[in-house]
Ligand binder design. Structure first.
Ligand code: CP
Ligand code: NVA
Length: 299
């Protein structure tokens, strides 16, 4: 059966754990000049109908470093933008390429594509989840601090796609996730219920961050929510991750942000450009984590 990676729940906890350690190993080997050709003769297709810097670049470079090829399809340049059904596109690509990364809005679109695809489909971000990001984030935490199991993570801001994937990570990998989210912007209710043993809503950002080993945030208005920006800026007042908020976290707490970031809004420049921030490692690890994922799904 074809394995897809549409959410972190598509892999077992054990598989996720192994993937993170394989990413660390692949990173070390690549730096030492040890080649890995897990994609030799294979092609990765990227279908993106939202903007991207990190996800696109890291997947294209991953394919190249693994000895394979990649091709980028935007809706405006393919027949998808002219109404060709996802089902038909999935069947056509299944006979020509070996793996597909999709970035889109509605999560049901990637599910539809995957259900008609005989090759692995990877979620490169939907409105519901961003699982590849969290693979890199966990890798980054492990590299800096060791195992994340049993640790305390604070999510400050919007109950969005990245937040949902952190919630799945909490239940898969066994850490405590405290969420500080303004009323009206909470994560998906059913998902929160299914993660309740590991993730819960805090009364305030300070309460969520108290004693945290890791503090994470993301933009207040995600792609597709541009028209809500003014309303959201008001609703998220008091949710900025700044030095005052970080002072409530554990002394050696790390700060993460999936990027792109807006300094002065969800995070202050002092924090994102300060000593606790690991955002550049986090961004660079997208490459290594996704190389491990491609290798796993293709073999
Ligand atoms: N973090 C992330 O997915 O970045 P891009 O939108 O640039 O791909
Ligand atoms: N929540 C953000 C993440 C961007 C990588 C968005 O969906 O736009």
């Amino acid at each position: 059966m074809t394995r897809h990676f549409l959410s972190l729940m598509d892999l077992t906890a054990d598989e996720l754990h192994k993937l993170v350690y394989r990413a660390i190993e692949l990173k070390r080997e690549f730096k030492a000049g040890v080649p890995c050709v897990a994609m030799k003769g294979k092609t990765l297709a990227l279908i993106f109908d939202k903007s991207s810097t990190r996800t696109r670049v890291s997947f294209e470079v991953a394919a190249s470093q693994l000895g394979g090829n990649s091709l980028f399809l935007s809706p405006s340049e393919s027949q998808l933008g002219r109404g060709e059904p996802l089902e038909d596109t999935a069947k056509v690509l299944s006979g020509m390429v070996d793996v597909v990364v999709i970035r889109t809005g509605g999560h049901e679109k990637i599910e539809t594509f995957a259900s008609h695809s005989s090759i692995p489909v990877i979620n490169g971000l939907t409105d519901l989840f961003h699982p590849c990001q969290i693979l890199a984030d966990i890798q980054t935490y492990v590299e800096h601090r060791g195992e994340i199991r049993g640790k305390r993570v604070a999510w400050i801001g919007d109950g969005n796609n990245v937040c949902h994937s952190w919630m799945n990570a909490a239940r898969q990998l066994g850490f405590d996730l405290q969420l500080a989210i303004p009323p009206g912007y909470e994560p998906d209710k059913a998902l929160l219920e299914s993660c309740q043993s590991q993730a819960s809503l805090s009364a305030s950002p300070v309460e969520a961050v108290e004693g945290a080993d890791l503090v994470v945030t993301d933009v207040w208005a995600s792609m597709g929510q541009e028209s809500e920006r003014t309303k959201r800026l008001k609703a998220f007042e008091g949710y900025q991750v700044d030095p005052m908020l970080m002072s409530h976290a554990s002394e050696n707490a790390l700060f993460m942000h999936c990027l792109p970031a807006y300094r002065g809004f969800e995070v202050s420049a002092e924090v994102i450009d300060g000593p606790q921030s690991v955002v550049w490692d986090e961004a660079h690890n997208r490459l290594h984590a996704q190389k491990a994922l491609l290798e796993y799904l293709l073999n």
